[in-house]
Design a protein around this ligand. Structure first.
Ligand SMILES: Nc1ncnc2c1ncn2[C@@H]1O[C@H](COP(=O)(O)OP(=O)(O)OP(=O)(O)O)[C@@H](O)[C@H]1O
Ligand SMILES: [Mg+2]
Length: 260
């Protein structure tokens, strides 16, 4: 059961790819847990979740009582004593919603000092993600906010791979290289790039040649209907079959790379 973290510069298509892969793995008969780790949560919409269901997903970082009960400290406090490995095994089932074979969990925002801080809520989230990776028999798709420092070493070391999304353009490509370096530093086993919003073969060549040492495992074409689906809150999986076909190839290439 693959454990995949999706990362990349802001706006490159991380959430779009996360939603596509979640539906593809679910359709293939896998249990899937999609974790929205972006404080500006949007994965529910990309998965086409109805509003009322999406509203039931409670961000774990904002559960003050629970964090206090499990870590022994109030969220927002730093410097005191708290458990670094609180009990989390009940959280994925209790606080997620299940829709079309995809379980969605939302991590939420850490208010104090960013998510890299050593505080009760970050201990809770890191322990939670590590638990999902190590102990749950599901494909995990983690939709990260731009950057990798949020994960922590133990969690990062446990994922099978980072999928780094890039688009034709220097900034996302240079971000990808930075992410690849940081990923190596924190112990991520493998990194692959996915080129998104590509218009033609020249874009593909440009992406491939700009990322020496980072295998590009697939591409998603630029498609105006992706934006349309985003605006309408329609599942990208339903709205743009061409992207689904391309994402299937990416999933197959990824599974193959992991097996090899
Ligand atoms: N292949 C594509 N073709 C055209 N538009 C796309 C494509 N993929 C994504 N988009 C559009 O680009 C925008 C950003 O996509 P998305 O939200 O998936 O990116 P993100 O990396 O998750 O962004 P953020 O960093 O804000 O979380 C959205 O409007 C989305 O519809
Ligand atoms: Mg996103």
């Amino acid at each position: 059961m693959s454990k995949i973290a999706i990362t990349g510069k802001g706006g490159v298509g991380k959430t779009t790819l996360a939603a596509l892969l979640a539906h593809i793995y679910a359709e293939a008969g896998n249990s899937v847990i999609a974790i929205d780790a972006d404080p500006a949560a949007s994965l529910a919409y990309a998965l086409g979740m109805p509003e009322d269901l999406a509203a039931q997903v409670a961000p774990v970082a904002e559960m003050e009582e629970l964090i206090y009960e499990r870590t022994g400290a109030k969220p927002g406090t730093t410097g005191g004593f708290f458990k670094l490995n609180p009990r989390v095994d009940d959280i994925p089932d209790r606080f997620s919603v299940l829709h079309r074979g995809v379980r969605l969990l939302q991590l939420g925002t850490i208010s104090t000092g960013g998510s890299g801080c050593i505080c009760p809520e970050s201990a809770m989230l890191k322990t939670l993600v590590t638990h999902v990776i190590l102990y749950r028999d599901e494909v995990m798709i983690l939709d990260m906010e731009a950057g990798v420092e949020h994960l922590g070493r133990a969690t990062a070391g446990a994922v099978d791979a980072f999928l780094i999304v890039v688009e034709p353009g220097r900034r996302s490509l240079s971000t990808a290289q930075t992410i690849q370096r940081l990923a190596a530093d924190i112990g991520v086993a493998r990194c692959y790039a996915v080129g998104n919003k590509v218009r033609n073969e020249a874009d593909r060549d440009y992406i491939r040649s700009s990322l020496p040492g980072l295998p590009v495992i697939g591409f998603l074409s630029a498609n105006p209907r992706a934006v349309e689906a985003d605006i309408r809150g329609q599942a990208i999986f339903d709205a743009v079959p061409e992207l689904v076909d391309e994402a299937r190839e990416i999933a197959a290439a990824f599974d193959h790379a992991l097996a090899g």
